[in-house]
Write a protein that binds this ligand. Structure first.
Ligand code: HEM
Length: 400
């Protein structure tokens, strides 16, 4: 008698979400070693951790849809509508096409490089005024620079750094609000109303006066108003925290590797490598969701239709089959694409903007202007999160 057997689905019942904000990397290491595609009961989803499996998901959006449903649809709930990030092509492509011209390297160089530089210099002064015994790189520099850059790119005239930070944090908290905390939804809904009120003024303005900002481009991209608003809010929630976390992450990493810091100070051509290695090593977006549209076998593991998936790019960026000594921070490692900006059709729309504003400007300027810049062990630093992860406090010092 012959029997056909379906391969078993690996189950990682040992994953403890509560332990991950302290340090998610031991969990990722064990998932990578034991079961790179696994059902994780405590998260109610399949986690995909290997580089090959994450790439396979992104190469097939017909099977692995970004239009997730049920409890995973928090982004659409937070923003009030589905933005491009939760649509598949061709719907997604129509919206993405509208913003791409603003964020291309040539446009960034001509139009935005001076703006990024001005914003970095303005807040460098604030940091310097705080002084080497009191300065916090996140509070005084990384946060405000990232917020102001995004206000300018979006063309949100009238908004200030504190507004942008409040909105972005509220939308991100809403996106992570898997347990429906009413207070988080209240703050999120308030932020949405504020942004909608601002757009009520700005949309007619940009209709009459196009100016090459993201909001203007969306207005002129043929999108209905709710889609313009959803994508402005998507950019508010996705375009601030990550650059902020890479600024602090890069300084933290270089402080722990003074030999590499000396090397880049002696050879500024290495700054882009510092940026890429920081995004790989400390991926600010750790995981994002997808959902299967049909039964499929992924890297030998059978998944049903409608399976909720977590694409764990932070784990894939430490996959030893792709990166030598994956847990080491090494700006001299062979050039190898990482997944910190995602991949496939949803590859981050702002990756060139982040490379320029953070990798070429915000981080090098700090080190050039504050000799001996380093983290300050006298005062505590703080990390937050794993789905979105970064430093929320980073005391720094320098040679005054
Ligand atoms: C180092 C900084 C950044 C990192 C690590 C990052 C990471 C990512 C990742 C992983 C995705 C894909 C998520 C998914 O597929 O679910 C994404 C998408 C996106 N990002 Fe970024 N991002 C950064 C900066 C920015 C900036 C500065 C902007 C805006 C100016 C931006 C705008 C967007 C948009 C609009 C999307 C959606 C793209 C689409 O659906 O086609 N990001 N980002």
């Amino acid at each position: 008698m012959t029997t056909t057997s379906t391969p078993a689905v690996p189950t990682a019942d040992w994953v403890e979400p509560a332990a991950m904000p302290a340090d998610p990397y031991p969990t990722y290491r064990r998932l990578l070693d034991e079961s790179p595609v696994a059902w994780v009961p405590s998260l109610g989803r399949y986690l995909v951790t290997s580089f090959a499996a994450c790439r396979a998901v992104e190469e097939d959006q017909e099977t692995f849809s970004a239009n997730v449903s049920g409890g995973a649809a928090t982004l659409a709930r937070a923003l009030g509508a589905r933005p491009m990030l939760r649509k598949d092509d061709p719907e997604h492509a129509g919206e993405r096409r509208a913003v791409n011209p603003v964020l291309r390297p040539k446009t960034l160089r001509a139009r935005w490089e001076p703006v990024f530089e001005r914003n970095a210099r303005t807040h460098l002064e604030v940091l310097r005024q705080r002084g080497p015994d009191d300065a916090d790189l996140d509070r005084d520099y990384a946060g405000p620079v990232a917020a102001q850059n995004l206000i300018d790119l979006l063309g949100l005239k009238g908004a200030g750094v504190a507004d942008m930070q409040r909105w972005s944090h509220a939308f991100i908290a809403g996106t992570g609000n898997l347990h429906d905390d009413p207070e988080i939804w209240r703050r999120c809904d308030a932020a949405r109303s504020e942004v909608d009120a601002l757009l009520d003024e700005l949309v007619p303005h940009y209709r009459a006066h196009p100016d090459g900002t993201i909001t203007s481009a969306l207005v002129h991209g043929g999108l209905p108003l709710p889609d313009v608003a959803a994508n402005v809010k998507l950019t508010i929630s996705g375009g601030m925290n990550e650059p902020q976390h890479v600024v602090t992450g890069a300084v933290w990493a270089l402080s722990r590797h003074p030999d590499q810091r000396d090397r880049v100070l002696a050879d500024p051509a290495l700054w882009p490598a510092v940026f890429e290695e920081t995004v790989r090593w400390l991926s600010p977006i750790g995981m994002y969701p997808r959902e299967t549209t049909r039964p499929v076998v992924l890297q030998g593991v059978p998944l049903p239709a409608g399976a909720p998936i977590g694409v764990v790019v932070a784990a894939a960026n430490r996959d030893a089959t792709v990166f030598e000594r994956p847990d080491a921070f090494d700006i001299a490692r062979p050039r190898q694409p990482h997944l910190g900006f995602g991949s496939g059709v949803h590859l981050c729309a702002g990756h060139w903007a982040a490379r320029m504003s953070v990798g070429e400007i915000a981080v090098p300027l700090l080190h050039a202007d504050l000799p001996g810049l380093r983290t300050d062990p006298r005062r505590p630093e703080a990390w937050h999160g794993w789905v979105f992860r970064g430093l929320t406090a980073l005391p720094v010092s320098w040679d005054a």
